[in-house]
Write a protein that binds this ligand. Structure first.
Ligand code: PHE
Length: 361
């Protein structure tokens, strides 16, 4: 034999392992095992051999061909892997880099505060619930023990939706508070239940501390043996966590809501001195929430047996507590979409508030 099989083996295995890319690998394949390749030619030579020679050379050639073929396949996939790695190395993209061509957007303080509030209540075992912004008068009023003639309806400066002429049904309303989500959540999940429901609410009112659209977060906890004491504890824990301080001055005032009995309004100590709003000092009080023990009729209207279950509810002004925490004196500016204001008061888009990393950093 001219070139020994061992030599061929050495030659091609060496060339294959040194191949730089898929094209040179393909050339090697043709050279070795292609129709006119060195090994194929040798196989053709088998015919001219004596039977004894062939008996030995045949299987050896076949084994060599197999070996070369699998070396080719292995090298091919190694080259493909290396090519992918190289691409991944050169094409990587840091998605957390700030934009270069466009000015970076910011998270609106209301969104930021909603996230903060959700993080704190999630830590106390409250799930986040939702309800529609356009709701029926049943959910917004009647189910909450506010019948048609009740003065609370007038007090809330409700926006009514249009009904087609001849449609006798009571008009839907833009929800005046997040309390209808209490009813919807209890209907859907029964008791026990622990939810908060942040969202937009609407009332026809406009001054430094009132806008026709604003934000509330409802809280609801129904279980066996819940009392006002639990309400007070939860609110105090919340306020401390939210303002990131050890103590805050809260004032619980006896009040009245048709859907809670007894009811309390909660104010927080603050000062407006020099036009800046500061929490925890001064002689002013800002009302931040209404609360109380859920009225038995409200439980009943939601399919929960008041003989077995009770609990508390509260409705807090998100915009109010945003103003307090971030020293924003005029509520109306929240919704002016003034870019200078948004850049000043907005939050970095990638800082998600959580209790471990810090709420507002
Ligand atoms: N829904 C009341 C409001 O908007 C607040 C509230 C909620 C009071 C829950 C008591 C219980 O003023």
């Amino acid at each position: 034999m001219e070139t020994g099989m061992d030599d061929l083996r050495q030659k091609y295995l060496g060339l294959i392992s040194g191949a730089a890319d898929e094209a040179s690998l393909e050339n090697l394949r043709v050279q070795a095992v292609g129709k006119k390749g060195e090994i194929s030619l040798k196989m053709r030579g088998l015919g001219k051999m004596s039977p004894e020679e062939r008996k030995e050379a045949g299987p050896a050639l076949n084994a060599l061909k197999d070996e070369i073929n699998s070396a080719l396949a292995a090298k091919k996939s190694a080259l493909a892997d290396a090519a992918l790695d190289a691409r991944l190395q050169s094409e990587w993209l840091d998605v957390s880099l700030p934009g270069r061509r466009y000015r970076q957007g910011t998270i609106h303080p209301i969104s930021q505060v909603t996230e903060e509030v959700s993080a704190i209540f999630a830590d106390m075992g409250f799930a986040v619930a939702e309800g529609p912004q356009i709701d029926s008068d049943w959910y917004n009023f009647d189910a909450l023990n506010i019948p048609g003639h009740h003065p609370a309806r007038a007090e809330m400066d409700t926006f009514y939706m249009h009904r087609a002429e001849g449609d006798e049904r009571a008009p839907n309303v833009l929800r005046t508070h997040t309390s209808p989500v209490q009813i919807r959540s209890m209907e859907a999940h029964g008791a026990p239940i622990r939810i908060i429901a942040p969202g937009r609410v609407y009332r026809a009112d406009y001054d430094q501390t009132h806008t026709p659209m604003f934000h509330q977060v409802e809280g609801l906890a129904i279980d066996k043996g819940i009392s006002m004491a639990n309400l007070k504890w939860v609110l105090e824990e919340f306020v401390k966590a939210y303002f990131e301080v050890d103590a805050v001055d809260l004032r619980f005032r006896a009040s009245h809501f048709p859907f809670t009995e007894p009811s309390a309004e909660v104010d927080i100590r603050c000062s407006w001195e020099g036009g800046t709003l500061k929490v925890g000092e001064g002689d002013d009080w800002l009302e931040i929430l209404g609360s109380g023990m859920v009225h038995p009729k409200v439980l009943q209207n939601s399919g929960v047996d008041p003989a077995e279950w009770q609990g508390f509810a509260f409705g807090m002004g998100i915009d109010r507590i945003a103003m307090l925490k971030y020293g924003i004196p005029d509520l109306r500016a929240f919704f002016d979409s003034d870019l200078r204001w948004l850049r000043h008061y907005g939050f970095a888009a990638l800082d998600q508030p959580n209790l471990h990393g810090g709420l507002s950093r």
